[in-house]
Design a protein around this ligand. Structure first.
Ligand code: FEO
Length: 390
């Protein structure tokens, strides 16, 4: 795409990656993504805010073809999808300085080979004049690495937020249009990228509270023209509040665990618990992660395979552990052939989670009447605990 005007002398110069299907070799991108870079032309100086993933640097360079000089390149975040094209920009504009936080001082040379003498370090609250426009830097650690910051442009009331408030959406829309759809995409992005840093993000939300914001311009997905709805949604996700919801992640080899999952899910739904059920053999893990944002309980259902839980369920436990959702309760159900230590092994995969484990329901072979009654009791216990939360 060509440069797109946001306001006078402020342009989107990014790249839309319609075809990318995996981020960090981990998270599915069903709707692609974008790498948003922004060009701000002040009356005296010009700044480029972020760049694009190195796989698409030719698109950024073509958008800058008619830009004779760039004085500053703001690196909000050293990760490659935003700072990976900085070396090419520095070649094109030999006088340009890279603006970054002190935490990026090593990250940019280490990850991208940027010469330390090209860096200009800024602190929280520092300002940089472009003439008639001013960049104010707001240090917002852990959105998504320790060095991340945002830039506020007071004259135009724009917050350039990089990963913060971003969404993996490839779209030709410069501004968000379908608010519910975009908020769900922002929630999914939060779940897969930000959730482990929930407490730091609470502080960052406090920090931007005092800014008069008309537009939030993240570095993934569309620009938000209703910033309050996105900020309020984020505030809910990072709060300590939990929904009366359970995530049930399972695998089944011969149908026994699946029968148990179906019975438990029926019991939960009958008792008013919202359920998100995922067969880990085929589930899209970003959907599971999104469901974990505010669920109160996770139930892992697995058959025993060679003495331990089915590996796809072990993966679900491990992934949940590193995403650190604010879960309160956990449970294990499943079927075994002759023995095994599945419950202990699953619990050992989740040391980061401060969950109360509810007694498991395990059955030998196919589930029978007594097993289904035990699942009813588990559903009742989960529903009672959720009611007590509220
Ligand atoms: Fe969009 Fe943390 O990179």
């Amino acid at each position: 795409m060509n440069p797109r005007k946001i306001k006078d002398n402020i342009f989107w110069v990014g790249a839309v990656d319609w075809d990318r299907r995996l981020f960090d070799s981990l998270m599915p991108l069903p709707t692609g993504t974008s790498y948003n870079a922004y060009l701000i032309k002040g009356s005296e100086k010009t700044a480029l805010l972020d760049t694009v993933d190195p796989t698409m640097s030719d698109l950024l360079l073509s958008q800058l073809a008619d830009v004779p000089s760039v004085d500053y390149v703001v690196s909000h975040h050293a990760e490659q999808d935003h700072s990976g094209s900085i070396p090419l920009i520095l070649q094109k504009y030999p006088q340009a300085k890279v603006i970054a936080t002190s935490k990026a001082k090593d990250l940019l040379p280490d990850h991208l080979g940027i010469a330390p003498d090209r860096l200009m370090i800024v602190a929280d609250g520092d300002t940089l004049s472009l003439g008639d426009k001013t960049l104010k830097f707001v240090y917002t650690p852990w959105v998504h690495w320790p060095e991340t910051m945002c830039t506020y442009l007071p004259q135009d009331r724009i917050l350039f937020s990089c990963d913060f408030f971003g969404s993996h959406l490839a779209t030709s829309a410069l501004f968000s249009e379908d608010d519910d759809f975009v908020i769900e995409a922002v929630k999914s992005y939060y779940a897969t990228i930000m959730m482990p840093f929930r407490l730091a993000i609470q502080k960052n939300l406090e920090k931007i509270k005092g800014l008069d914001i008309e537009l939030i311009a993240p570095s993934h997905g569309p620009i938000h023209s209703k910033p309050a709805s996105i900020i309020n949604a984020y505030a809910g996700w990072v709060s300590d509040g939990l929904r009366n919801a359970a995530v049930v992640a399972y695998a089944s080899m011969h149908g026994s665990t699946k029968a148990m999952v179906q019975h438990l899910v029926n019991g939960l739904v009958e008792r008013g618990v919202e359920v998100h059920q995922f067969d880990m053999v085929s589930a899209s893990i970003e959907k599971m992660a999104t469901s974990l944002v505010d669920a109160a309980t996770i139930v892992l259902g697995a058959p025993v395979v060679n003495g331990g839980p089915h590996p796809q369920v072990a993966y679900a436990a491990y992934l949940t552990n590193i995403l650190k959702p604010k879960l309160k309760y956990g449970a294990v159900i499943g079927s075994y052939g002759w023995g095994g230590k599945m419950v202990e092994q699953i619990a050992a995969l989740m040391p980061n989670l401060k969950v109360e484990m509810i007694p498991p329901v395990l059955c030998k072979g196919i589930p029978r009447e007594a097993d289904f009654r035990a699942l009813d009791q588990l559903a009742a216990a989960i529903a009672e605990k959720h009611q007590a939360l509220n």
